[in-house]
Design a protein around this ligand. Structure first.
Ligand code: ADP
Ligand code: MG
Length: 269
């Protein structure tokens, strides 16, 4: 979705934010990220707030913001707290505590990786009550999977982030913080470390080295190798199909990474 400037938000929406948070001294556009129509940092007298938003008539984007808001109270151990949530002027707007940090470095030898593993270990211990609007992970793939009968292998009740691209992991003084829970799902615990593996490969790790990075995480250690094989193949085949047209360089990098990982898993046997 194309980004819009703060000034292009309807006046009613900007006024509502100002009533809730105070008048921003300055509003800074955020370049990173992909989905949200609005992503800005508001500098307020009391500090900074990260604001993201989408038009309500963009149903998918608005639903993702809704999910992000409902998951937030359950992920505070690794994520910034929601400070405002409003529907106004045809927009859904969320405000989060500002995290002073930078995007994670996933390249080989990065010193950020231990902190990312800590964050994933913490997520492994989090529970989200059944009523919270979180998608069933296996259901998200059902329209695309080549062998749908095997989808139950990635089902489960573990909390999954599912979009661990480097823009969604901020390195701060308090460790690695995970943002952008709009695609949060319930599924097999192995999916969080496996998604990190693909991102590490996309950022220059060999598949073997990427797996070595996550090898001590409990959900990885406990995963049956054939389930990991299946997930790697699922990513490779479905992403190749789904990302055939997008021209974003990241789409190419993750398709390449998923295919390389799947072929590495195959050759291990
Ligand atoms: N609480 C926060 N504090 C500071 N920066 C943030 C915060 N949340 C997100 N960001 C930055 O804004 C970018 C976009 O936010 P994100 O929630 O990932 O939205 P999108 O859906 O557009 O990817 C992130 O990649 C990150 O760089
Ligand atoms: Mg993002």
């Amino acid at each position: 979705m194309d980004r819009i400037e703060w000034e292009s938000l309807p006046t009613t929406a900007r006024d509502a934010v100002q009533r809730e948070l105070g008048s921003p001294v300055k509003v800074e556009q955020i370049g990173d990220g992909r989905r949200s129509a609005l992503a800005v940092v508001a500098h307020l007298a009391a500090g900074r707030v990260f604001l993201k938003g989408a038009p309500l008539d963009h149903e998918r984007a608005a639903a993702q913001l809704g999910r992000e808001a409902s998951v937030n109270p359950h992920v505070l151990a690794v994520s910034p707290a929601l400070v405002c949530d409003m529907e106004v002027g045809g927009w859904r707007l969320l405000g989060f505590e500002y995290e002073e940090g930078r995007r994670v470095d996933y390249t080989p030898g990065s010193r950020d990786l231990p902190a990312v593993l800590d964050a994933l270990a913490t997520v492994d211990g989090l529970k989200v009550p059944a009523g919270v609007d979180v998608q069933w992970f296996e259901g998200r793939w059902s329209d695309y999977a080549v062998v749908p009968e095997r989808l139950p292998r990635i089902a489960g009740t573990a909390l999954l982030h599912t979009d661990l691209n480097a823009g969604n992991v901020l390195m701060t003084g308090a460790g690695a913080r995970l943002v952008d829970w709009g695609m949060a799902s319930r599924g097999a615990p192995l999916v969080n470390p496996a998604d990190l593996v693909v991102n590490l490969i996309a950022c220059g790790h060999t598949p073997k080295d990427a797996e070595a990075v996550v090898c001590d995480l409990a959900p990885w250690r406990h995963a049956a190798p054939e389930v990991v094989d299946y997930y790697a193949r699922l990513l490779a085949t479905t992403w190749l199909e789904a990302f055939w047209t997008p021209t974003h360089p990241w789409a190419r990098a993750v398709v390449d990474a998923a295919v390389r990982w799947a072929m590495y898993r195959r050759d291990r046997h």
